[in-house]
Design a protein around this ligand. Structure first.
Ligand code: HXC
Length: 524
């Protein structure tokens, strides 16, 4: 065939592949308010950076007259490109081809880019929009899924893995995103569940819509399965790009440094944090929003919160300090007084472990009155779930810095990046209260007899106030802990930013290795 004809034939095939399931199905996808697999890749990656692989792959199924129905690419667009100039592997399921369902050929394409990502140390981003296992292929499709699950597990902690749900994700198919590090969902157009509304109705007679069962809001606020929720696909993919800017490409690389001087005026590393003293209320019983404090400390006030809609009593997210990417965790006094419960513990534990796996230092702001009491928590397993957070902080070897802003009581003091679980630098404000429990609870136990006597004399309120004050002066301050060296320095809130940045810089060369073992046994 002459050279020009060869090129024409290539162009014809490429065009055919790019049409996926055809113009009619593309129109249907658009009518449903969804973008196509290729349009999504276009929004996710740096313009013009995408290089496609396996564009002409087709399925090998011959049952159900499938030999007559072949589409180039077989329902998934795979390849690599860049985000912010750094390489990423990507796969994007094409709902216009057999509903994006997963055949063995489709699975092999995904596995190929995952293998390449693991070999070269680049993150994998999966754009999911699929009817699940390709029904016509039966067990071959199930095998394909398991090949992906296995690779997800091998890649865990080696390269960041991100799942973006942009349509249905049902049955066992949910388990690949579940193993990955972060799940993004779009309000009203993506959903995830192990069994759908029809099966639920048959088995439990419960009636539920797919949105209420497994929509973005349900997974953001109730289950905690999703980490980010966006109002549109475009906003969602922008958000993925933003997350990537905080992450290294793999566990041997560092996250990119972004000059804290930024564009324009920048954010000096030695500036005073002037808002903190106004954020912290005079009374230790009053709530405040820990995010206000965090924003006053980090570069340009930018805190990229993870799972903002779930377990609001703890906040986790990424920020930069002096240009360095950090994971910032804070108890949130504005919700449940910032106490630790089951959901807060598992949310923060997973975040701490992610940061540790990828060498991102941890900065923790502590204001915790303890663990949430109650039968619901005890019977729900707060013992094992709370232990996850303790375990996560204790095993983390990245630089760990903590600031006690107010309360650090009981077991929660130990858990929240205390010196005893090997935090590197621990600061406390003069307003910090570090003790086994709060004054009210403590005096009830320590002075039961005195309080009974005072009650008889009708002077219980005065006696209570006097004893609480005495307790506060003895224990509810940072100085006992500072005497013992459990706090490295008591600092004024204004100094927070420069102290933490100085600490992060000195800890950049931290090297710590745990004991040699196959793996630990985190309380699951
Ligand atoms: C083959 C499928 C398919 C599938 C959809 N299609 N799902 N083809 N295998 N799993 C095809 C449809 O036949 C249709 O083809 C096209 O994709 C679009 O589907 P529609 O039904 O027209 O779209 P919509 O109305 O938007 O509904 C989407 C849907 C529905 C909710 C996903 O298609 C659906 O319920 N599909 C089956 C889902 C399912 O039960 N999958 C198995 C789950 S179990 P045409 O030619 O008409 O365009 C599972 C196990 C995984 O996945 C286990 C891993 C371990």
């Amino acid at each position: 065939m002459p050279y020009l004809d060869q090129l024409q034939e290539l162009a014809r095939r490429e065009k055919l592949a790019e049409l996926g399931g055809g113009e009619e199905r593309i129109a249907k996808q658009h009518a449903a308010g969804k973008l196509t697999a290729r349009e999504r890749i276009g929004l996710l990656l740096d313009p013009g950076s995408f290089v496609e692989m396996d564009k002409f792959v087709t399925h090998r199924c011959t049952d159900f007259e499938m030999s007559d129905q072949k589409f180039l690419g077989d329902g998934v667009v795979t390849g690599y490109g860049t985000i912010g100039g750094r390489s990423v592997a990507v796969f994007s399921q094409d709902f216009t081809v057999f509903g994006g369902s997963l055949s063995s050929a489709h699975a092999s394409k995904i596995c190929k880019v995952m293998d390449m990502a693991l070999k070269t140390g680049m993150p994998v981003i999966g754009l999911n929009d699929s009817g699940g296992a390709r029904i016509q292929e039966g067990v071959e499709s199930l095998g394909g899924y398991a090949e992906i699950f296995w690779r997800n597990t091998q890649a865990s902690g080696v390269i960041p893995q991100i799942s973006v749900i942009l349509g249905p994700c049902a049955g066992g198919a949910v388990y690949s995103p579940a193993i990955t590090d972060f799940i993004f969902m779009v309000d009203q157009s993506s959903y995830m569940f192990v069994t759908g509304p029809d099966v639920i109705k048959t088995v439990t007679h419960e009636e539920v819509t797919k949105e209420a069962l497994g929509g973005a809001e349900a997974h953001m606020e109730k289950s905690g399965v999703a980490h980010f929720m966006a109002p549109s696909e475009k906003a969602c993919l922008q958000s993925v790009r933003k997350l990537m800017s905080f992450l290294p490409s793999n566990n041997l690389d560092s996250a990119p440094m972004v000059s804290s001087m930024g564009e324009g005026n920048g954010d000096p590393t030695d500036r005073d944090c002037l808002k903190i003293s106004k954020t912290l209320p005079d009374s230790s019983a009053k709530p405040y929003d820990m995010r206000d404090l965090i924003r006053d400390v980090v570069d340009d006030g930018e805190y990229f919160e993870v799972q903002p809609g779930y377990a609001a009593n703890i906040v986790v997210g990424f920020a930069r300090m002096g240009g360095m990417s950090v994971g910032v965790i804070g108890n949130q006094p504005a919700h449940l007084a910032g106490c630790l419960d089951i959901n807060a513990s598992t949310k923060a534990a997973r975040f701490v472990r992610f940061c540790d796996a990828f060498g991102i230092p941890l900065v923790t702001f502590v204001d915790v009155p303890g663990f949430l009491p109650g039968t619901k928590q005890e019977h729900g397993g707060i013992i094992k779930h709370g232990a996850k957070l303790l375990y996560a902080y204790a095993e983390a070897t990245v630089p760990k810095l903590a600031v006690i802003t107010r309360k650090a009581y009981g077991g929660a003091y130990d858990v929240m990046s205390s010196k005893h679980v090997r935090a590197d630098l621990n600061f406390a404000y003069p307003s910090a209260e570090i003790a086994v429990m709060g004054p009210e609870g403590a005096i009830n136990i320590l002075y039961r007899k005195e309080l009974v006597d005072a009650e008889k004399k009708g002077k219980v309120a005065e006696e209570r106030a006097r004893l609480a004050d005495h307790y506060r002066q003895t224990f509810a301050n940072p100085y006992k802990a500072a005497e013992l060296g459990y706090i490295d320095e008591v600092i004024a809130p204004e100094e927070t930013r420069r102290r933490l940045i100085r600490g992060l810089r000195v800890l950049q060369t931290k090297r710590e290795k745990g004991p040699n073992r196959k793996h630990g046994n985190i309380p699951l």
